[in-house]
Ligand binder design. Structure first.
Ligand code: PZK
Length: 286
């Protein structure tokens, strides 16, 4: 990429500067589990996530402006508006899982939200809750209170990102639920454009930034299977791997099954055959 300067790395994505106003976000086929990136890639995973995020960006534009400018013909790279990113992760939880469940079990509350007694792991919450987190350089984001988040971005901006996060989550969760996928929780990242307006950035509403659960298997009272990564997790548990890097190589059966789950999520949510996306990624934008 001769005209792009590398400016950042995520766990499985890379970020390049195209010019003063534009970035290129490239999603690889790498997969992480138990916080470790595995040595084996899942073919087309980056394209599935890029296509899904672009689909959601196109469908939520009226709810909230976003950074997407174009999807490149490779299907895995998007040109984005450069923003001044806010220093908080905007997490919305509709169900009790992950650190939300851990914090609830330990303290009866999550990020200062007092929750009803007697909830079980993976229960649906009476109302979605906004549970901001800090962006720790370690990659281990820490839940913070509303007051801490408001101190980081300003009270008025905090109110605005909370409201936008709820609106986006409700729209996507309702849409996905009708297509057999529960979006248990999700993380948004917002930034400010040159005019100081709030803009949705990063990737949004993908299985890497959210918990996707198969709705037909939903059974609260314990952990839920992951829509996309369950074959990988099951395999990793079987190997006895201690969950420190490097992770195990995945057998081709696990790779194929996992690829099929990503493609299934894409097709269920977009209603578009994945082959159609590969032939012309712009199909997700109309
Ligand atoms: C930005 N990240 C995190 C994500 C990475 C790093 N539109 C934007 N404007 C300015 N900065 C960012 C974005 C976006 N999105 C996002 N860091 C900076 C990140 C993915 C891959 F390497």
């Amino acid at each position: 990429m001769p005209d792009a300067v590398h400016v950042g790395s995520g766990k499985v994505r890379e970020l390049y500067a195209l010019d003063a106003e534009r970035l290129l976000l490239v999603a690889s086929d790498r997969i992480s589990t138990f916080d470790v990136v595995l040595p084996t890639a899942i073919p087309d995973k980056g394209r599935v996530l890029t296509g899904l995020a672009a689909f959601w960006f196109a469908r939520t534009r009226a709810l909230c402006p976003n950074h997407l400018l174009a999807v490149r013909p490779d299907g895995r790279s998007t040109e984005c508006r450069r923003l001044a990113m806010l220093p908080i992760e905007c997490v919305v939880r509709g169900y009790l899982a992950g650190t939300g469940w851990k914090d609830y079990r330990a303290h009866g509350e999550v990020c200062g939200h007092r929750l009803p007694a007697g909830l079980r792991e993976s229960d649906r919450l009476p109302e979605p809750i906004f549970t901001p987190a800090t962006k720790a350089p370690s990659g281990h984001d820490e839940n913070i209170t509303r007051a801490q988040a408001a101190a980081l971005v300003g009270a008025e901006r905090f109110g605005a990102v909370e409201r936008l996060s709820f609106t986006l989550y409700r729209f996507a969760a309702d849409y996905a639920r009708e297509r057999g996928i529960i979006i248990a929780d999700t993380k948004f990242e917002f930034g400010l454009d040159g005019d100081g307006r709030l803009v949705l950035g990063d990737e949004a509403l993908t299985p890497d930034s959210s918990r996707f659960w198969p709705a037909d298997q939903y059974a609260p009272g314990g952990p839920q299977p992951s829509f996309d990564k369950q074959f990988v997790r099951d395999f990793c548990e079987l190997t006895g791997w201690d969950k420190t890097a490097p992770g195990p190589e995945l057998p081709s059966t696990v790779v194929a099954g996992t690829r099929a789950r990503y493609v299934e999520a894409f097709e269920r949510l977009t209603g578009i055959p994945f082959a159609t996306y590969l032939a012309d990624p712009n199909v997700v934008l109309s």
